[in-house]
Design a protein around this ligand. Structure first.
Ligand code: HEM
Length: 246
């Protein structure tokens, strides 16, 4: 991150720290501070608005129920690029906020090889080297970065279609639509992972905290880093405690 971006990021953290608080109780860890949650939900809302208006333009026949919500067909068409731009701006800040923990590592390459057991819930605990984000989360993040760049370039070419050649606009439509479909697929998987597949994850984006048990189960290396304790020891201790209770 450049020094200017870093300074801006630090200032934003300070400002948001004053605007909201995160209460971390006993047995919990801070996962996402206020500014991260604000950025995440701003990205999410602008993304969903772009998606809805985009689909209404893509297939007015199939998505005719969407246009009245935005004030009719022409207004939906006019709003779409603006929602898209708002998404791009918020995601740029989210990018600066997360680019460091999203760096790809050897552990992520190993995680990708074991993705099957993650999806099928074969292992009770994630591998010990999984840090703040796992390989799948990082993949989703970088897919948004690539799609975001493609959306911006092709979106501008479609918006100002009188300044470039016709064939360039035609190709832009195809790329824009493919990127949107890939993002939709990623979004569906993301919502499932953040809610039903991993109970206890959703609250991290609401009140900012997770339980220690969640941390040693899903992100053991991050648990070790922030608590200084061994995640497997913590798991064994909790297992013994539960057995004794029974
Ligand atoms: C509207 C439904 C959504 C829900 C319920 C949701 C939930 C969550 C949760 C709980 C996390 C934290 C995961 C963790 O700490 O391990 C998260 C992270 C994240 N969210 Fe969302 N989110 C939603 C929409 C979106 C949208 C629309 C985008 C972008 C287009 C997005 C992008 C991300 C990214 C990049 C991360 C970090 C990586 C990851 O956890 O996959 N989210 N989300």
């Amino acid at each position: 991150m450049s020094t200017t971006a870093k300074k801006f990021d630090e200032r934003a953290r300070g400002e948001f720290g004053r605007l909201g608080t995160t209460r971390v109780r006993r047995g919990e860890l801070l996962r996402h501070p206020v500014h991260t949650r604000f950025l995440h939900w701003s990205v999410a809302i602008s993304f969903i608005l772009s998606l809805l208006t985009g689909f209404a333009i893509y297939s007015p026949w199939l998505f005719h129920w969407i246009t009245p919500v935005f004030g009719g067909g022409p207004r939906t068409r006019a709003l779409h690029p603006w929602f898209g731009l708002v998404f791009e701006v918020f995601f740029l800040f989210q990018f600066l906020n997360w680019v460091t923990p999203m760096a790809w590592t050897e552990a992520d390459r190993r995680w990708m090889k074991k993705m099957r057991s993650y999806v099928t819930n074969d292992d009770r605990l994630e591998p010990e080297d999984v840090g703040f984000f796992n390989g799948g989360q990082k993949l989703y993040f970088w897919a948004i970065v690539v799609s975001g760049i493609l959306f911006l370039i092709t979106g501008l070419l479609i918006w100002f279609d009188d300044v470039v050649e016709r064939w360039i606009v035609a190709i832009s439509y195809v790329i824009h639509d493919i990127a949107a479909l890939l993002m939709l697929a990623g979004f569906i998987i993301h919502v499932y992972e953040g809610t039903a597949h991993q109970p206890g994850t959703f609250r991290s984006m609401m009140d900012g905290t997770v339980t220690e048990r969640w941390a040693w189960t899903h992100h053991p290396a991050w648990y070790r880093l922030v608590t200084g304790r061994d995640p497997r020891d913590a798991y064994e201790r909790e297992k013994r405690r539960q057995e004794e209770e029974r």
